[in-house]
Write a protein that binds this ligand. Structure first.
Ligand code: GSN
Length: 210
């Protein structure tokens, strides 16, 4: 039995970054899939600290909050920079990923039909900071920070992949981000995960929009 369980709805959503991290680190995990009907019964929701999923367990440790889970796995697998300065820069990057993920979620769940055109138009402004972050680390040839992959890289990779589905040419103006997506996606374990039904068969969002 794998030590980890992800309890979540049957979507990529807020869990795909942690799934990519686990797969790339050679870990296995159990998926505890919660359907809409199960969730509507209310007892699971009532048992969750903030009334929301994902819930993540590592043995007797139970965590909520997707970014806290990513950070936990980052610390556990040495994916949180080599010192406190790198860790702080990774926090800067990951908080930026979270800000754009919230904008994306608002578009998908609240404003897709009316808002998509404007969102895509403004996307370069939202993506530019990540191109800048890459340019500040070894000319963008490696990772967000330092010499090693981090929890924030998996989170950013997921964010970029879902934006390429929303707006297929959105990275064309960003050579470092384009190369970064290609480079990370070709890491053997990550590549295998991204090609697996576990990833390809799962909708990105709960309402079928993407
Ligand atoms: O990052 C996190 O885990 C939290 N800050 C947000 C968790 C969250 O928004 N969970 C949603 C589904 S994932 N969506 O984007 C959720 O549990 N919705 C159901 C509900 O009853 O609120």
């Amino acid at each position: 039995m794998p030590p980890y369980t992800i309890t979540y709805f049957p979507v990529r959503g807020r869990c795909e970054g942690m799934r990519m991290l686990l797969a790339d680190q050679g870990q296995t995990w159990k998926e505890d899939v919660v359907t809409r009907d199960m969730w509507m019964k209310g007892d699971l929701k009532a048992s969750c600290l903030y009334g929301q999923l994902p819930k993540f367990t590592d043995g007797d440790l139970t965590l909520y909050q997707s970014n806290a889970i990513l950070r936990y796995l980052g610390r556990k697998y040495g994916l949180y920079g080599k010192d406190s300065k790198e860790a702080a820069l990774l926090d800067v990057a990951n908080d930026g990923v979270e800000d754009l993920r919230l904008k994306y979620a608002r578009l998908i769940y609240q404003n897709y039909e009316e808002g998509k055109e404007q969102y895509v138009k403004e996307l370069p402004v939202q993506l530019k900071p990540f191109e800048t972050l890459l340019s500040q680390n070894q000319g963008g040839k490696t990772f967000l920070v330092g010499d090693q992959i981090s929890f924030a890289d998996y989170n950013l990779l997921d964010l970029l992949l879902i934006h390429q589905i929303l707006a297929p040419s959105c990275l064309d103006a960003f050579p470092l981000l384009s190369a970064y997506v290609a480079r990370l996606s070709s890491r053997p374990k990550l590549k295998a995960f991204l090609a697996s039904p576990q990833h390809t068969d799962l909708p990105i969002n709960g309402n079928g929009k993407q």
